[in-house]
Design a protein around this ligand. Structure first.
Ligand SMILES: Cc1cc2nc3c(=O)[nH]c(=O)nc-3n(C[C@H](O)[C@H](O)[C@H](O)COP(=O)(O)OP(=O)(O)OC[C@H]3O[C@@H](n4cnc5c(N)ncnc54)[C@H](O)[C@@H]3O)c2cc1C
Length: 426
């Protein structure tokens, strides 16, 4: 097959990056999005390209999970409810909360992060994308002594993997960013990171993919896959059947449901996060220079042109986009502790989106199960924007090159040993 017909499903950062990389490599590619480009998590995230960080699975997480069952104000929140798939996922998640697993992840994710940065810089430059790209890194800032100690330990671990975090005092932080308030005890500067307006980037990348020959269809919902003799031959959609030689499933947390229909189970859960945007100006957000993460609350504050986005929190409450006011208030409360200049005017927008969370904290990229012509690109959790463009390149390489994929550790096959992938139903 010289020009296979490739269908990419999902118009988030992962699907669009795949379509862009495939079209750039000369493939015949058609992207299907059930709603609008960027209507999932990719349109409203915190906009940081944050590299080199350890996964969410860490020693001590079990205690935090138990506390989060009761506390709507904690960064991590799990409303108690009966959901066997969530409880199974949590069991696996906790199993991966070991120092050994963190080290295994870092060995893969730290070098991948460097490639991701390079890929981002190249695309922004080559495609001349205007999206408020700031290359000056971000600050992780702390308001408690235990928070500062833990942030410094994390920085030391990240430094060991070739990144250059810099520990800074509260005085130095306020010298660099006069909008920081007196409560801050200190922080870390991560100089390698970048920030941008994620929707502007996504829309521009979609346009560039189109210009390179990709077909982009919004309002087309994939209902199921057509598989004959172990090979994917097309997709059933609300607009009828579409034939394909290759399908790339990049439907965020919804990927698990689509795969389940063909007997493949992926350990994925939706992890809801929120944002509140405030216009910069009197009564609104202060004019901050670069992004900051308010460490204890896990809230990002990112300048995006004429507004600042406050984003974060992680809620495991299933497939819904219900906005819980206490969760939104948590963003503003944390922001005011660090930026007392945040005024009393209301936000210009409020939003929530579902991150695709893999139980082992690593993305799931590559051909899946024993179905020929089927690949997935999902499970990027809190790093989907960061790893979007590099994921697109990896998928294009795997589909169009005959060589072995570079990152076996991210392949869906890693769940086979844990009997999480079964193909019995097919
Ligand atoms: C509050 C918050 C802050 C974040 N901050 C950052 C950050 O600073 N940096 C970072 O790197 N990451 C961040 N993330 C994570 C990042 O946003 C996600 O990892 C990323 O957006 C996932 O991209 P995706 O393309 O896999 O999924 P999505 O963006 O959800 O895209 C999936 C798309 O598939 C479509 N779809 C679903 N089912 C079907 C179907 N049957 N047929 C057709 N289309 C379908 C959906 O409509 C959707 O548009 C954040 C997330 C949140 C929620």
């Amino acid at each position: 097959m010289s020009r296979p017909r490739i269908l990419v499903v999902g118009g988030g950062i992962i699907g669009v990056s795949c379509a862009y990389a495939l079209a750039k490599a000369g493939a015949q590619v058609h992207l299907l999005e059930k709603d609008k480009i960027g209507s999932g998590a990719s349109g409203g995230n915190a906009g940081t390209v944050a590299v080199g960080h350890p996964p969410l699975n860490r020693r001590g997480r079990l205690r935090q999970l138990l506390v989060s069952l009761l506390d709507q104000g904690s960064p991590l929140y799990i409303p108690p409810r009966w959901d066997p798939s969530l409880w199974g996922w949590l069991r696996d998640f906790v199993r991966y909360c070991t120092d050994e697993h963190v080290e295994e992840c870092m060995k893969v994710m730290a070098p991948l992060g460097k490639n991701a940065l390079q890929t981002f810089d190249n695309i922004i430059e080559e495609e001349k994308i205007e999206c408020g790209y700031i290359r000056s890194g971000y600050y992780k800032v702390c308001v408690t002594e235990p928070g500062l100690l833990s942030a410094r330990n994390e920085a030391a671990a990240i430094e060991a993997y070739g990144y250059h975090p810099e520990c800074i005092s509260s005085e130095e932080l306020r010298r660099r960013e006069p909008e920081f308030g007196p409560e801050l005890l200190g922080g870390i500067h991560y100089p390698e990171s970048r920030s941008l307006d994620p929707l502007k980037f996504l829309e521009a990348l979609t346009e560039r993919a189109r210009l390179r020959g990709a077909r982009i269809s919004e309002g087309v919902s994939v209902l199921s896959m057509s598989i004959i003799s172990g090979r994917v031959v097309g997709l059933r959609t609300n607009e009828g059947e579409i034939g394909a030689d290759v399908v790339v499933l990049a439907t965020g947390p919804f990927s698990a449901g689509i795969l389940n229909e063909v007997g493949i189970q992926l350990p994925l859960q939706p992890g809801k996060g929120y944002h509140r945007d405030y216009a910069i100006g009197p009564g609104g957000a202060p004019p901050i220079k670069i992004a900051s993460e308010l460490s204890e609350a896990s809230v990002f504050c990112t300048p995006m042109g004429d507004f600042v986005r406050f984003a974060g929190t992680m809620e495991f409450s299933g497939f819904n986009r219900v906005m819980r006011t206490p969760r939104l208030n948590q963003l503003t409360n944390a922001a005011r502790r660090c930026f007392p200049g945040l005024g009393g005017d209301g936000p210009k927008s409020e939003w929530c989106g579902l991150r695709p969370m893999a139980s082992d904290g690593m993305p799931i990229i590559g051909s899946i199960g024993d179905i020929k012509g089927l690949s997935v690109a999902t499970g990027h959790g809190m790093l989907g924007l960061t790893l979007g463009p590099i994921t697109g390149q990896m998928i294009a390489q795997e589909i169009l090159d005959t060589e072995e994929p570079k990152l076996r550790k991210l392949s869906p096959d890693r769940f086979r040993g844990a009997a999480l992938v079964n193909t019995k139903k097919r």
